[in-house]
Design a protein around this ligand. Structure first.
Ligand SMILES: Cc1cc2nc3c(=O)[nH]c(=O)nc-3n(C[C@H](O)[C@H](O)[C@H](O)COP(=O)(O)OP(=O)(O)OC[C@H]3O[C@@H](n4cnc5c(N)ncnc54)[C@H](O)[C@@H]3O)c2cc1C
Ligand SMILES: NC(=O)c1ccc[n+]([C@@H]2O[C@H](COP(=O)([O-])OP(=O)(O)OC[C@H]3O[C@@H](n4cnc5c(N)ncnc54)[C@H](OP(=O)(O)O)[C@@H]3O)[C@@H](O)[C@H]2O)c1
Length: 567
């Protein structure tokens, strides 16, 4: 036992990890089983799985393809697990992560149903004091946030009359664990992002009447879930190293590269043939396996945007409804792309109604339904597919206090800053798995990278008896500037979405993630390591001196070392 900053007794561990999704499970495995550290994971959900514990709405599934939406660290795990198809549903993804927790005996070091409510860095001991909602206080040398960027922070818009509605209301990100029976009911869905687009066809299949309240139509490409069969998945297993190597060094964490050409150099017929072939394959390959400049050149993007709009028109019977479904206010894939199954055909069903709430805004909920500026919609159930306070939201839900009492919420008031998306100056010994400023795309690939990188860094610290590591403010500023510069070279800033914080009223609006490629991010991280962890400084206090008594150990930063220059 040790004495925490406020004098409370707390258990002493090497590391606390927050979150038991893809990130937290693998982080625990690496720190405990490879470095031999004492580690505990705190997870506020009632089971492991993270996103795939929480996201139980009808139709919830990944849109990354199964064989790369998983771990690659264990060849045995990859060989023994058989995905049922191309885009597994929530139940199967949850089963996979539960299997990982069992297979690697992770559960014994995971405390479920336990929320971390605060974490404060103690300058005197170079340790974090972590507090939980169930009253535990733990002292840990390292704090790893494996809290993801979405599932932990569902966004419920401040629509007037929320508490007046007498029917059932659900946010898709907190869907009940027991089945919700929508049979024969009048259902309203607010939101047409990835979640809305997945759930609307499923809800339509059950509901007596479905009203979709759409503010912004988005671009969606067909999933073609039926197209990957057992033989294909077996072939992927046989070429495991090759597939993963390509994913690791790709643009977006998928095992494809763009075709190397500019869309501007091809004739209209060639472009049509290219888009047709990729459209027939479906999924993210339509984006990442296409022309090299679709996501960076507005003229190239206009070609693909028009192609997708034409495809939407083909699938919707009523031309007036088709027009309402056409995205016109942002470039293709400048918002996080959507992959769909039967979405557009759903609007051909007589009991499905599209309501344009950009033209006729939602005014309020009433006891019996929802009122827009022109009429009232009586509803039995309202489904909020309204997204998340993404990327920073999970961090700002609890108190994080760094050196000298600096609050993370204050430091990030104008937008998040980090070094490589992994560390934050003034917050020593805090490591974020895919934190704000990290890379973006097929996330398990990014997660495994960050977990491995953090593990190597902690090993480095321990081999040299450093008790403290902190990102240098200059390195952090430079990383943020580079990241913003890379974002400017894409079309992302031309769209309002969670990628820039624009979906949350009042949230600073700027790119929250690095929109350079995965391979670029990986290369930068490698350069930082080969320059002796440039951009970080290291400190050595007497290990744990004063912990028992609560007296200061060495004056903080007594021995500071800075290595190399940041990348
Ligand atoms: C519906 C949906 C579908 C998605 N599909 C894809 C996809 O196809 N491809 C893709 O690449 N990405 C997808 N994502 C993104 C997805 O979040 C990541 O792929 C991945 O699951 C993130 O894993 P993680 O462990 O980092 O975070 P999460 O899965 O979000 O897990 C974080 C965990 O931390 C816990 N936690 C947070 N704060 C605290 C706290 N203070 N105390 C205790 N516990 C805490 C949460 O309860 C949560 O369980 C999807 C996201 C959603 C919501
Ligand atoms: N694998 C998958 O297929 C999958 C599935 C679900 C989620 N995800 C991940 O999760 C991310 C978030 O997806 P999401 O669909 O949950 O959220 P989202 O993309 O942010 O979409 C939220 C939707 O709610 C609407 N909305 C929000 N507030 C509203 C209001 N007050 N009135 C009317 N409409 C409102 C938004 O309209 P505006 O666009 O006008 O703001 C938008 O259509 C995705 O981008 C993806 O990364 C992936």
């Amino acid at each position: 036992m040790t004495r925490a900053a406020n004098g409370a007794r707390g258990e002493e561990l090497d590391a606390v990890i927050i979150g038991a999704g893809f990130s937290g499970l693998y982080m625990l495995h690496r720190l405990r089983d490879d470095l031999g550290l004492s580690v505990r994971v705190y997870e506020m959900g009632q089971d492991v799985g993270g996103t795939w514990f929480w996201s139980r709405y009808p139709g919830a599934r990944c849109d990354s393809e199964s064989y790369v939406y998983c771990y690659s660290f264990s060849r045995e795990l990859a060989q023994e697990w058989n995905w049922s198809g191309r885009y597994p549903e929530q139940e199967e993804l949850f089963a996979y992560l539960s299997h990982v927790a069992d297979r690697f005996e992770l559960r014994r070091d995971i405390r479920l149903s336990t929320e971390v409510t605060s974490a404060a860095f103690d300058d005197r001991t170079d340790r974090w004091t972590v507090r939980t909602g169930s009253g535990e206080t733990i002292s840990a040398r390292y704090l790893v946030t494996a809290i993801g960027g979405l599932a932990s922070a569902p966004h419920l818009p401040a629509i007037e009359g929320l508490s007046d509605f007498r029917g059932e209301a659900y946010h898709t990100g907190r869907w009940p664990q027991e089945p919700v029976d929508l049979t024969g009911k009048r259902v309203g869905v607010i939101g047409t992002g990835s979640t809305g687009v997945q759930t609307i066809p499923r809800i339509a299949a059950a509901a007596a009447e479905l009203f979709v309240f759409q503010r912004s139509p988005q671009f969606a490409v067909p999933a073609r879930d039926e197209m990957v069969d057992r033989a294909y998945l077996d072939d992927v297993k046989a070429h495991y190293d090759e597939v993963w190597d390509r994913a690791h060094w790709s643009i977006g964490g998928f095992p494809w590269q763009h075709n190397g050409r500019s869309a501007l150099d091809d004739t209209p017929e060639q472009r049509r043939a290219t888009f047709d072939a990729l459209w027939a394959e479906g999924g993210f390959k339509f984006i990442y396996g296409s022309y090299r400049d679709l996501l960076t050149d507005r003229r190239a993007n206009d070609f693909v945007a028009e192609y997708v709009r034409a495809r939407i028109r083909e699938r919707v019977a009523d031309p007036r409804i088709a027009e309402q479904l056409l995205p016109v206010d942002h470039p293709f894939a400048a918002r996080r792309p959507i992959v769909e199954t039967n979405y557009y055909e759903t609007y051909n069903l007589p009991h499905v109604h599209l309501v344009d709430v950009r033209r006729r805004p939602i005014e309020r909920l009433t006891a019996s339904g929802l009122r827009t500026s022109d009429r009232e919609y009586p509803l039995d159930v309202i489904v909020f597919a309204t997204g998340f306070d993404a990327v920073t939201g999970p961090y700002l839900r609890f108190e994080v206090e760094g050196r000298n009492g600096v609050r993370l919420a204050d430091k990030w008031a104008a937008g998040p800053c980090s070094y490589l998306g992994v560390a934050v100056s003034e917050f020593p010994n805090l490591f974020m798995v895919t934190g704000p400023g990290s890379t973006f795309g097929n996330l398990p690939v990014a997660i495994e990278h960050d977990v491995d990188w953090i593990t190597d860094l902690i090993r480095y610290l321990r081999e040299r008896s450093y008790t403290c590591i902190e990102a240098e403010p200059e390195a952090e500023q430079r990383w943020v500037a580079d990241m913003l510069h890379r974002a400017e070279r894409t079309l992302v800033p031309l769209a309002d979405s969670w990628l820039t914080g624009a979906n949350i009223p009042g949230k600073p609006n700027r790119p929250l993630i690095d929109f350079g490629s995965f391979s670029n991010y990986r290369r930068v991280c490698e350069r930082v390591v080969s320059a002796g962890y440039s951009g970080f400084r290291f400190g050595s206090a007497v290990p744990d001196a004063g912990v028992e008594t609560g007296q200061p150990s060495l004056v903080n930063g007594a021995v500071w070392v800075t290595t190399g220059r940041e990348a």
